[in-house]
Ligand binder design. Structure first.
Ligand code: FMN
Length: 168
């Protein structure tokens, strides 16, 4: 079986996951690990990864999905915020973007550190609205996200990859 790992990543979190997935795939089955571009290799299974961009996958991954038909897809994503319910909601949105003739064999989400500009924005907002408890939660989340993806995220990712490969 030929397997392609295609991802979009701005600051490296999703790329780290993509490279970890590649380690779990038999070398003779691994066609390519690459950042998304116009060229889509012909594979039997696609691990497709994205960073979370305003509640969905990135625009480049949206475009890739438009071109994928009759494929098996395992989807992974990193997000600044976390929580199983949150991840499921994010996945539901992404699922809507995957043409129905593809088979989704699994999905994996974990938290990923965010650019420092986001923290600076929170700090400015807190200065203007010191009573806003939600902003404080967002700031705490920013600090928490700095540790991710961590070793536990990668361990769970490896288990997920094994499951995906066993179930096809
Ligand atoms: C413009 C922008 C929009 C983002 N939107 C969200 C979002 O809606 N939800 C979320 O949880 N994280 C959001 N994030 C955080 C990133 O998705 C997260 O840090 C991710 O791990 C980055 O992945 P990368 O290192 O592969 O680029 C956003 C980050 C940026 C820069």
């Amino acid at each position: 079986m030929k397997i392609a790992i295609i991802y979009d990543s701005i600051t490296g979190n999703t790329e780290l996951l993509a490279k970890e997935i590649a380690k779990e795939v038999k070398p003779d089955e691994l066609l390519v690990v690459k950042k998304v571009d116009e060229e889509i290799p012909e594979a039997e299974l696609y691990f497709i990864g994205s960073w979370t961009d305003r509640g969905s996958c990135s625009d480049k991954i949206k475009k890739l999905f438009e071109k994928l038909h009759h494929k098996r897809i395992a989807y992974f994503e990193t997000a600044g915020f976390k929580g199983e319910d949150y991840f499921e909601r994010l996945f539901m949105r992404v699922k809507e973007l995957i043409p129905n003739d593809n088979k989704i064999i699994g999905h994996y989400f974990c938290q990923g550190k965010m650019p420092v500009a986001i923290k600076e924005r929170y700090l400015k907002m807190i200065k203007a609205n010191p009573e806003d408890a939600k902003l404080k939660v967002s700031l705490d989340n920013f600090e928490e996200a700095l540790n991710h993806p961590d070793e536990d995220d990668l361990k769970k990712l490896r288990e997920w990859v094994k499951n995906c490969l066993n179930n096809i």
